[in-house]
Design a protein. Structure first.
Lengths: 854, 415
């Protein structure tokens, strides 16, 4: 398409607005309410242009280009009108500094005077120097405002975590409202009142927290003014540098840009063109990174235990000590635990260290408990090919999305945004859960079910679909007969009884799955963590084959997928987590090298315990040596995200204290133990070796990785498909008179290495907290428990304490708690559900009794 | 001469009850349309009748219906605009309280013509009794088989729902009205897309004013030709004029389209109250540019008023006498718009609020010389440059008043 802008001819490829076309061709049209990721709003009216042959003036931000269109973006008349409009905006905005002729000389005082309460001009505003309003004022050369300025005199809202809202600075561009509603699905803020009182606010003027804000920070990022500013930047001046890296706080792997001042991180925010996150992030990546990296819990110096106390020593001494001690043990007497939160390179080296230096098979990690492991097991036993890769953008193209076993708004926020996009495009969302998740309000169908009864639901859906769809198509897939006959056992009344779902809803779900294709089945860890988790997964697998849908397995930790690929190939015959701990309990494993937090085990006693981590922890009480590892911000390497995408992350700051990269520590130790073949000078050297040796990484060039190309783990493209027959057995976990409540345990992802974000970062702990025991208001009333009180939960395995959190979303008779690997004994939920215990009960469900704690 | 067509039976007691209505040839139009006519024939008839929208913009109803795509698998909706927020306007209230079934007939016929099975009637929040009465009418019509499933055995289904407004003027603007029915804040939408293709819940939607639809039954019964004869060839039918202000007999007058304004005021409404002199007339609801006493010898139809740089709008005639200060008029108008702007776009939100402040300042005796020019500048900056027509609706009367009565306003500004 050919259009003319200011007399020049331009070729335009796709449907876009005049403003977009102009921007692409570096023609400046002033704008304030438009934002490239948001739908047009056309409120500010600064972007008006003239079109030949049309009457009047049109906003270029919402007028789409048409063949032959002749646009005029600049003329004395347009300039005059824009100036007038901007004057109107400025008449409601503290404008003294904007039009002050002395503003150039004012610079030096900027940051010091900002500590006053009211922002009456730019010099007092945290947005000074990064403000779009300032830019537009400059571009339009405004030097006076012909109206007396009105100060709205709103109270600045400072009662929420992480950012303040000063609506005295708001220009009503509506960007925050659009991003919150359209992109994030929160609708925490919206327009309030009308006429001259119109503004932005929350319902009934609640705090953001009360209004359901997720604190994703998206509104802060799009706000063109200082109305929304993060508190961390309030007293900072402008950064002198910005660096990009990957967020390590979940498996999405958002690209973040970090602002730096004199080598110190100021803040972190999603980068606009992040390949996975596209300008979005979540509360963790947006607001907690800096505090986590600079946490007072950081281990800054090597330590070894001398006279029962850990003492700081030099690296030389620490490494010598550890090397000497480790040499004393035979391979099978040593265990290692790798981490899903360090780089592939680090893990590769840890595996190599185990194999070549320690000569032990006792290496494992939490991968063992992941859905990947359960899936792999199912695939191997039943002879089908495992495919874990997916592309995040495929989700928004689906017509049906079936979600099980994860509250993705919390665990995989960016996946949620994609689901929301699909729903906004008209897709049907089906959620099977017992808890009323936030996103259920967007679902077409919520299958409220008895916790843990998934495979009855899934199998029954399979059965209905077999009955209703063309059998010939399905019969061609291997294993169809076996599946069909295995489902004969299950009838409707049984399915209803086991799941507690209404008949009508089960039927509706089947109908949607048959009619609305393509479908995507997203499942989280909680689906596979029951003793019959593999049956749950089998049910879902069959359903996905029947409907030709795509399975989206959600790994949890940052680099879980990368570690899984390594495990698959490096240590297929490892002993396993449970065995290592059991062997320790039996005295067979004597030394443990921990590069990751581990599950609690009281009985396991080690002669020699090494901890390599960035943060202090409970386990340190027992450690003989503590080696300070650098955090992600201080090193470079690669992570594999939940999609199977390999992403390079970059060094942002120098390591704190004497912390060193994990690979460096391992490499040094290996050399001290006489293995010079593990001598590396940079993580990139390890990348190259890993790419050569690990099939999943094969064919990936390090150059491409550096350039940020889209690279995925290599998988068999069209794997073999086969139905899995379902075995039905008595599976429910029942409450009893003694233990009348059912405790649902979520996997808590709010940790980085040994740091519990909710305990370390106060503001984050207000939003969600690892110590919360969530309970339904009715149950709370009956048991006289109040928000914020201590409560005690007791199962047959013991007691733990938590903090009462009363929530409507929790079903009656249920306590929802979360699970961290490494907590102090009295508060460790892990202790009750540890996968290391011998009891065969599940990791996520257990009958308990509750009472008020002290 | 007064010509009672639409309001023919309005004097009959309890006409709002369906049994009374049926006794006075009620639902004959529906019967004719559904049983004897094809949807396309109805549409053609309404097009030929040149029935122009009575909500304000005067867009031909038949043409509007024709914009709705027919080969689409989405549901289609009808929204009846009974928000009646335009100051000076009280005709829809009159129709709905006297004869709700007439409107229902219009709704049924329009829905049948366009292939609509769900209709929403958006009733101004303050019209509580009218809303109740209308709900009553809906349930009566349901019982008698004029609404619901398989209407009159024709296989046509239609359900009608009442949606109450909450007191905001902007919700009368058609796209804001859609937002409001969807349960959202009533902000206008960007156009295009137009409601006929993407309307309520993203589906094709027809939006018509109460009076517009109430004219449909008689077009069906008497034909397009008859309808045009009763009004003007390009602007058929009668118009319900609501006359208010300083006349002897304020009230509702149904008169042929094109009746002279002077006659309306001096013949039908009995002339000026207390023998005062006429100063000015707002001829089509508050958004219409003002006419001075010299300009009222004019035919009241869409095109004639357009030619006079005013507009017929909702045909609400506000009569202003010599004792009324034009500044007071301006104060009321500017206060209204600065309060009712939805706040989305700058020129309207901030502009109206400044204009109101300036007018108040002048009224308070603190006016400045440049104030009138400032008002004109601010209003011109709205005209044609805002997101929805409310900006124009505010700018037009303000500009016409400041320009036509500049001298009087200047007299309030000291030196
Ligand atoms: C600010 C504003 C307020 C409006 N209020 C009303 C109203 O109260 N009633 C109405 O019928 N039309 C109102 N309209 C006109 C509607 O937008 C729309 O044009 C009309 O309902 C279409 O119906 P019609 O074609 O039958 O006239 C308003 C328009 C604007 C811009
Ligand atoms: S928001 Fe921008 S223009 Fe306003 S005071 Fe702050 S820096 Fe200045
Ligand atoms: S932080 Fe996120 S959820 Fe909260 S108001 Fe802003 S955009 Fe909405
Ligand atoms: S708070 Fe910021 S983003 Fe929201 S409307 Fe105001 S200026 Fe725009
Ligand atoms: S925690 Fe996950 S979703 Fe949040 S910013 Fe980091 S990578 Fe993105
Ligand atoms: S013109 Fe006024 S009412 Fe219309 S969108 Fe703009 S601010 Fe809202
Ligand atoms: S950028 Fe177009 S109106 Fe604001």
């Amino acid at each position: 398409m050919i259009i003319f802008i200011d007399g020049k001819k331009f070729g335009i490829e796709s449907k876009k607005t005049i403003l977009e076309a102009a921007r692409e061709n570096e023609i400046y049209i002033p704008s304030l309410c438009d934002h490239s990721r948001l739908s047009p709003f056309s409120g500010c009216r600064l972007c008006i242009v003239e079109i030949k042959g049309r009457r009047g003036y049109v906003p270029s931000c919402s007028t789409y280009v048409e063949e032959g269109m002749d646009v005029k973006t600049d003329s004395p008349r347009l300039r005059k009108m824009r100036k007038q409009i901007l004057e109107l905006i400025l008449s409601e905005h503290p404008n003294a500094c904007l039009i002050c002729s002395e503003k150039e000389n004012c610079d030096e005082y900027k940051s010091t005077i900002r500590k006053v309460g009211e922002v009456t001009g730019c010099v007092l505003c945290p947005n000074n120097g990064r403000c779009e309003l300032q830019d537009v004022v400059k571009a339009l050369k405004i030097d006076k405002v012909r109206f007396p300025s009105v100060y709205r005199n709103y109270e600045v809202k400072k009662n929420d975590p992480f950012f303040d809202r000063n609506y005295n600075l708001c220009i009503l561009c509506g960007r925050c409202v659009r991003v919150c509603h359209d992109l994030r699905g929160s609708s925490a803020v919206s327009f309030v009142f009308r006429g001259s009182k119109a503004g932005i606010g929350t319902v009934f003027d609640q705090t953001l927290l009360e209004a359901g804000c997720q604190f994703c920070g998206a509104c802060v990022d799009v706000c063109p003014t200082g109305a929304l500013t993060e508190r961390a930047l309030k007293y900072e001046t402008l950064p002198d540098e910005t660096r990009k890296t990957i967020c390590p706080f979940c498996s999405i792997g958002c690209e973040l840009k970090m602002e730096l001042k004199e080598g110190r991180i100021l803040n972190s925010a999603p980068s606009e063109d992040g390949p996975v996150n596209q300008g979005q992030a979540c509360v963790k990546g947006r607001f907690t990174i800096k505090d986590a990296v600079y946490s007072s819990q950081r281990i800054l110096k090597p330590m070894i235990r001398k006279n029962k106390e850990l003492e700081e020593v030099s690296w030389e001494e620490a490494l010598d000590f550890v090397a000497k001690k480790l040499k004393k043990y035979k391979g099978k007497e040593i265990g290692l635990i790798a981490s899903p939160q360090v780089s592939n390179e680090d893990n590769f080296l840890i595996h190599k260290f185990a194999e070549y230096v320690l000569k032990t098979e006792n290496i494992d990690s939490v991968v063992r408990f992941s859905s990947y492991a359960v899936f792999q097991d199912l695939a191997q036993k039943n002879g089908f090919e495992l495919n874990l890769n997916f592309k995040i953008e495929d989700i928004s193209k689906a017509k049906t999305i079936f979600l099980l076993g994860a509250d993705i708004v919390v665990t995989h926020p960016i996946i949620w945004l994609e689901v929301l996009r699909a729903v906004n495009n008209g897709a049907k969302l089906i959620v099977a859960s017992s808890v009323d998740f936030f996103l259920n309000r967007f679902s077409s169908l919520w299958l409220k079910m008895k916790p843990g009864s998934e495979y009855f639901l899934l199998s029954f859906l399979s059965k209905v679909i077999i009955d209703k769809s063309k059998v010939e198509n399905l019969a061609q897939i291997e294993g169809f007969k076996n599946l069909k006959s295995s489902l004969d056992e299950l009838d409707l009344s049984q399915a209803i009884e086991k799941t507690d779902i209404e008949e009508e809803n089960i039927k509706k779900a089947a109908e949607i799955l048959i009619k609305e294709t393509p479908s995507v089945f997203i499942f989280g860890m909680e689906l596979t963590q029951l003793p019959w988790g593999s049956q749950n997964l089998a049910g879902l697998w069959n359903l996905s084959l029947q409907t030709q849908g795509q399975l989206v397995p959600l790994g949890l930790e940052t680099n879980l997928r990368g570690l899984f690929e390594l495990n698959r190939h490096c240590s297929s015959n490892t002993k396993g987590f449970k065995r290592i701990i059991q062997d320790a309990e039996e005295g067979k494993v004597k030394a443990l090298y921990l590069a990751s937090p581990i599950p609690y085990s009281q009985k396991a006693k080690f002669e020699f315990l090494v901890i390599q981590d960035s943060f202090m922890s409970e386990n340190m009480k027992k450690a003989d040596a503590v080696l300070p590892a650098a955090s992600f911000a201080e090193i470079e390497g690669t992570f594999v995200n939940v999609e199977g995408r390999i992403q390079k992350f970059n060094k942002v700051i120098e390591p704190l204290g004497e912390a060193k990269p994990d690979w460096w520590i391992i490499s040094q130790l290996a050399q001290k133990m006489g293995h010079n073949e593990l001598n590396y000078n940079a993580s990139s050297e390890i990348s190259k070796e890993m790419i050569k040796n690990i099939p999943g990484f094969s064919g990936i060039s390090f150059q491409k990785l550096k350039k940020g190309e889209r690279l995925f783990i290599q998988e068999e493209k069209k794997g073999k498909k086969k139905f899995v027959p379902i075995k039905f057995f008595s599976t429910s976990i029942e409450t009893s008179k003694e233990y009348p409540f059912l405790m649902l345990v979520d996997y808590n992802l709010d940790y980085y290495k040994n740091l519990d974000l909710s305990q370390e970062i106060k503001a984050f702990g207000i939003i969600r907290n690892s110590r919360w025991f969530k309970i339904n208001p009715n149950d709370a009333k009956k048991t006289k428990l109040k928000d914020g009180e201590t409560m005690e939960v007791e199962s047959s395995k013991g007691k733990v304490k938590g903090i009462v959190k009363v929530l409507e979303s929790v079903p009656r008779g249920t306590i929802v708690a979360s699970f961290l690997w490494n907590e102090e004994e009295t508060i460790s939920v892990a202790r009750l559900v540890s996968p290391l215990s011998n009891a065969s009960h599940s990791l996520v469900l257990l009958p308990v009794k509750i009472k008020r704690g002290k | 001469m007064e010509e009672k067509l639409l309001t023919q039976h309005f004097g009959i007691e309890n006409l709002f009850k369906i049994d009374v209505y049926l006794k006075h040839s009620g639902y004959q139009a529906v019967k004719k349309a559904l049983k004897e006519m094809k949807p396309s024939e109805i549409m053609d008839e309404v097009k030929a009748a040149n029935l122009r929208g009575r909500g304000g913009a005067g867009f031909p109803a038949g043409v509007k219906w024709g914009f709705v795509p027919q080969d689409i698998d989405k549901p289609k909706y009808l929204c009846v605009n009974a928000d009646e927020g335009e100051p000076g306007t009280f005709k829809d209230r009159y129709i709905m309280s006297h004869n709700p079934h007439l409107l229902l007939e219009g709704i049924i016929i329009a829905s049948f013509a366009v292939g609509i099975h769900k209709g929403f009637v958006y009733i101004r929040g303050e019209y509580e009794t009218i809303a109740l009465r209308f709900e009553q009418a809906i349930s009566e019509a349901n019982k008698e088989g004029f609404l619901g499933k398989n209407i009159l055995g024709t296989g046509f289904d239609l359900n009608v729902f009442v949606h109450r407004g909450a007191g905001s003027y902007i919700c009368g603007e058609e796209t804001a009205l859609l937002e409001s029915i969807e349960g959202k804040r009533g902000n206008p939408r960007l156009k295009p897309p137009f409601p006929a293709s993407v309307g309520l819940f993203g589906c094709p939607t027809v939006i018509n004013n109460v009076e517009t639809l109430s004219n449909v039954p008689q077009i069906i019964l008497n034909g397009a030709k008859w309808f045009c004869q009763k009004g003007l060839p390009k602007d058929g039918g009668t118009r319900i004029f609501g006359v208010s202000g300083m006349v002897k007999n304020p009230g509702i007058y149904e008169l042929p389209m094109g009746t002279n304004l002077k006659d309306i005021i001096f013949k039908h409404a009995g002339g000026m109250k207390d023998g005062k002199k006429l100063k000015a007339v707002i001829p089509g609801g508050m958004s219409a540019p003002i006419l001075t006493a010299d300009e009222i010898d004019i035919k009241m139809d869409f095109d004639s008023l357009m030619d006079a740089k005013s507009m017929l709008g909702s045909a609400a005639i506000i009569v202003i006498d010599e004792d009324t200060s034009i500044l007071d008029v301006l104060k009321v108008i500017t206060k209204f718009y600065s309060h009712e702007s939805c706040g989305q776009c700058t020129p309207c939100r901030v502009g109206n609020s400044w204009i109101n402040k300036i007018v108040k300042r002048i009224a308070g005796g603190k006016g400045k010389k440049e104030d009138i020019d400032n008002i004109i500048r601010l209003a011109s900056n709205m005209l044609g440059k805002t997101l929805c027509p409310l900006g124009d609706a505010a700018a037009m009367p303000i500009l016409s008043i400041t320009q036509k009565f500049r001298k009087e306003i200047e007299s309030y500004i000291g030196n």
